[in-house]
Design a protein around this ligand. Structure first.
Ligand code: CO
Length: 477
């Protein structure tokens, strides 16, 4: 490895307003806990501030009695630094494929209300699932950051997700119009020296104008080392979170990286002194989240199980839950050994929502039933049938036959099978009496029942129902 120091200012994306509290505190930070420091955050010189999308939308409607669109407009009124959001491609912020007209409208309204950088990803790395949202991001003037989900699988002693796999995908996303490429290590499996190689390969093959943006979590404690190696390999932007909600299951902390790079060729240009009052503020937020038992010590420490079992932390706890419920916790080791087999059979999907749940649940069924694929979930069937998109590697045809049992298989882009649905949803929101603005239609399109509960609460507020009463659960909130 050749450690050549280039003169290159490293840019940071601050995630404390989105992924940090999503990862450590079930996405429960409220807008009033953000407002006091927005101007100060704006003054730091971040590349972007991730503050919207991901689970924040759901959490606003479901738990916080906040209109997510209102939150976005409020953030925008205090921030000139680009606001970044996370979008799950054709799934938007929900859990199914939405029709193209809903996807386009959602992106249009996100950008119009203040999102500057849209990071868009697909769990299977199927670029067709990103097509419509990427086009819309460009059309409505957002910065289009298309994502490569990092994954790994060793077959016969060899890594099958090679540099070539990732470079090919990166170039394809570039051709589709990506301004930035995000390398997303959602499961914290990308280790420092592998990151060095991979970032080198991507930077050597992507256009010089394409920014490479790296995302990880620090669950296994390898995140800071990984960032440093990636920086030495030429990465342009990395995601960090201010220390009160940094590290552990969240991103590596902002301040140590700023200090590490100061007065080096990679200086971020960020004045660490300016961060201190913001850190102080978020310590009080951290305390509130701890007092409310939302944030626990568990999310703060180092947990190397992910590295041992090569499965994301969330997937591991799901497996344990399912087995405990079935009274079969003694089968955990067998199930963990079955995970790579199921993953191989269904074409090596990256293990991220929803594929991590599908593969995990199927592994449990295979072990508990004592026969592989004797029982299959609807989701397993759909995955084999191509309904989530195409898998990175060929699927096992013998298993596919057994799983599908004659059911139809598709090879087209899954959303090609969906009729436009925006107008019908809009009419429904109007008929229900909840329509105030176009954005309400989008909230309802993605989170139907949860959005309806929020609209009911909103109406009750207008009629002057006592706020505490509404919060007491008289209205489903
Ligand atoms: Co993340």
């Amino acid at each position: 490895m050749d450690f050549k120091f280039e003169n290159k200012k490293i840019m940071l994306t601050e995630t404390i307003l989105r992924d940090a509290h999503q990862s450590q505190a079930a996405t429960r930070m409220r807008i009033d806990e953000m407002l006091p420091v927005l101007e100060q955050l704006d003054d730091i010189g971040y590349y972007s501030i991730e503050a919207w999308g991901g689970a924040t939308f759901d959490s606003c409607l479901r738990f916080l009695n906040e209109d997510p669109w209102e939150r976005l407009r409020t953030l925008k009124s205090h921030l000139k630094t680009p606001i970044q959001m996370l979008l799950r491609g054709q799934n938007l912020l929900g859990y199914r494929h939405y029709a193209d007209d809903v996807v386009e409208k959602f992106v249009a309204k996100s950008v119009e209300n203040g999102v500057g950088v849209v990071r868009v990803f697909d769990a299977l790395n199927d670029p067709r699932n990103l097509e419509v949202s990427m086009k819309a991001i460009k059309k409505y003037g957002g910065i289009c950051e298309a994502t490569i989900c990092y994954t790994s699988a060793v077959v016969d002693g060899k890594e099958i997700f090679t540099d070539e796999y990732f470079v090919k995908l990166g170039k394809q996303l570039e051709e589709m119009g990506a301004d930035n490429i995000c390398l997303k290590d959602m499961a914290n499996l990308l280790l420092p020296l592998r990151a060095y190689e991979l970032v080198k390969a991507l930077k050597a093959n992507l256009k010089p104008t394409t920014k490479l943006h790296l995302h990880t979590h620090n669950t296994t404690g390898t995140g800071d080392m990984m960032y440093l190696m990636a920086i030495m390999a030429g990465v342009d932007i990395v995601d960090t979170a201010l220390s009160p909600l940094g590290n552990g299951t969240s991103q590596p902390a902002t301040e140590p990286l700023v200090a590490t790079l100061k007065d080096t060729p990679y200086d971020t240009g960020i004045d660490i002194n300016k961060l201190l009052p913001i850190v102080k503020h978020f310590k009080t937020v951290e305390k509130r989240l701890k007092d409310d038992k939302i944030l626990t010590e568990k999310s703060k420490g180092i947990d190397v199980n992910t590295l041992l079992y090569q499965v994301p932390g969330g997937m591991l706890s799901n497996l344990i839950n399912q087995l405990e419920k079935a009274g079969k916790i003694d089968k955990l080791t067998d199930c963990l050994a079955e995970v790579p087999n199921v993953r191989r059979d269904c074409g090596y999907p990256p293990l991220v929502t929803p594929s991590s749940q599908i593969v995990g649940t199927q592994a449990v069924m295979n072990i508990v039933m004592n026969e592989r694929y004797k029982m299959v979930t609807k989701e397993t069937k759909d995955l084999f049938a191509g309904k989530y998109g195409s898998l990175p590697m060929p699927i096992n045809e013998d298993v596919a036959k057994k799983v599908l049992a004659g059911a139809e298989r598709i090879t087209c882009r899954p959303a090609d099978l969906l009729e436009p649905e925006y107008e019908a949803i809009k009419q429904k929101v109007i008929d229900l009496g909840y329509y105030e603005k176009e954005e309400d239609v989008l909230s309802y399109a993605v989170f139907e029942q949860v959005a309806e509960n929020f609209f009911k609460w909103r109406d009750a507020q207008k009629k002057g129902v006592d706020k505490d009463l509404a919060k007491s659960g008289v209205y489903p909130v």
